[in-house]
Design a binder for this molecule. Structure first.
Ligand code: SF4
Length: 214
């Protein structure tokens, strides 16, 4: 199974998913931290607690920069690990401030430099960094996760393990324009079919999957 074939099969079922579900790039960044070790529904509950202003969600880097950490911790409580995550969001916001909170300015630093910088921010691991690069900064950095690794194993793709190897497998075999939607489709398929206990009947990959055919 090649990344392109996988993309085609999933696309035939799920189509364009328009990820990431957020109003601004900064909301993507905050969501990428909040989603660590928790379900997306908890992230949505936490994000809604920032409240709205006339022009959308009241979640801006300027507001978070000046917000006392105790207040931020309380707001994001539904996302779990709130003490840690509040510190991570503060650290990420301080990183973004170097670019005057401008995604355009950040993009000018280039993907390799930005990835290095993000990985040096407290609480930002590879999956979070790549989510920010791909979905907030619109740079071609494929996001991989536990769902992706599990899927490859079940499909029978061998010799690809570990975050970097899985990332390389996709980046070497896929048009960069497809990175955004393929990760989204893998996540949706993992929730609908390729769960911890797989529900293979009706999975769009069933006919091509080693496990699905056992
Ligand atoms: S056929 Fe089953 S094991 Fe294979 S990808 Fe689909 S749900 Fe997962």
């Amino acid at each position: 199974m090649t990344p392109t074939r996988l993309n085609d099969l999933l696309f035939a079922r799920y189509g364009e998913l328009n990820w990431w579900p957020a109003g601004t790039p900064y909301e993507v960044m905050v969501g990428a931290v909040l989603t660590q070790n928790t379900a997306w529904s908890n992230v949505e509950a936490a994000i809604a607690r920032f409240g709205s202003s006339g022009c959308g969600l009241n979640l801006t880097p300027q507001r978070i920069e000046t917000m006392p950490i105790e207040e931020l911790t309380e707001i994001i409580r539904p996302a779990g690990f709130f003490n840690q995550k509040a510190r991570y969001i503060k650290a990420l916001t301080a990183w973004f401030k170097q670019y005057n909170y401008s995604t355009e300015a950040a993009r000018r630093a280039g993907l390799p430099e930005l990835r290095k910088e993000l990985l040096a921010v407290r609480g930002i691991g590879k999956e979070t960094a790549d989510s920010i690069l791909l979905y907030a900064l619109e740079l071609p950095s494929f996001v991989t996760d536990a769902y992706t690794k599990r899927l490859l194993g079940r499909l029978g793709v061998t010799g690809v393990s570990g975050y970097d190897a899985v990332k390389r497998f996709f980046e070497e075999g896929l048009d960069t324009k497809l990175y955004n939607n393929l990760h989204a489709m893998i996540v949706i398929n993992a929730k609908e079919h390729c769960r911890a206990k797989p529900k293979c009947a009706g999975c769009p990959l069933e006919d091509y999957c080693e496990k699905g055919n056992k």
